[in-house]
Design a protein around this ligand. Sequence first.
Ligand code: MN3
Length: 387
Amino acid sequence: MNDSTKKRIAILGSTGSIGTQALDVIEKNPEHFEVEVLTAMNSYELLIEQAKRYHPNVVVILNDDHYGIVNETLTPLDIKVYSGEQALADVVQMDTIDIVLTALVGYAGLKPTIKAIESGKNIALANKETLVVAGELITNLAREKGINIYPVDSEHSAIFQCLVGEFHNPIEKIILTASGGPFRGRDKKFLESVKKEQALKHPNWDMGAKITIDSASLMNKGLEVIEAKWLFGLRIDQVEVVVHPQSIIHSMVQFEDSSIKAQMGLPDMRVPIQFALSYPDRLKADFPRFNFVDYPELTFEKPDVETFRNLGLAFEALNNGGNSPCVLNAANEVAVSEFLKDKVTFLGMSEVVESCLAKVPFISTPNLEDYVNTDKETRIKAFEIIN
Ligand code: MN3
């Protein structure tokens, strides 16, 4: 079965937005890719359906309440079924995996990503929180193990694509584009009363709930600034954010001769997913093509950091360094999940993050254990603040 010309892929979080689109890419390119592992947190029905269709070697259902039904259905099909966090950390180390696509949501992506890197796997990184929480640790480990981290986030993929053929040329700065989300141009008064239903409507991208709320609050762009810093080895002053509501330019790199390269296209996550899996090759795809005359105006504006405080808070956390980005991320994860339960207001989310940044003890050179403790402690603080 194992054709050595095919890349064998483990998808962590196969039932989410990125996971399902990755399976679409894989299905369209059966001569290049093969599914080796699928994992899901709770969505066991979709996981079963995917396993029947793509015949992975192994599936992991994180929530062991669903282990029985998944095991019963898939074991007769010669698919190995495991459950729990430890299983996830174990399967990413399998010899039969060539690349691990980390499409889990939030902090949960950290440990399995570390395990995968430790066992020498290349990473297609869709879990930006991993680099936000522990960017220095992860990038040092990747260097030490000689593995590559291929960005899946569309902005970072854009920068990566601009850098192909330029890896020896210093970057002067990168320009991360932001759609501005559904509340672009709104003032604080308006934002005071917005409900989750409004925040869940993104103008350009169809994504999971967590990242959609983060996009509306500009926290997503803040997390992406931190992600970019680590992925491309930049100083903070080399990262600029510009609002570009049409989401056609996915990001840009400015070089030392003043030249700027941009990567463009219609917003479609399958493009960066496919490039992360197929690099250095570009595979022929039937994705919709961008037409310039359909977009006579591509516009750009400054982000409103007065109204959307999260972006400023992310720069502040990055500037502090140490465990501050980890605090920012954990506080935000709690704030978003409580916002989705109507426990905290839209603007209140920034207050939770700011307050946690002030209250959780600073650690200047954290190790993995420090990150784990910081994450725990911050979540407790965030809950206290909200409830
Ligand atoms: Mn993005």
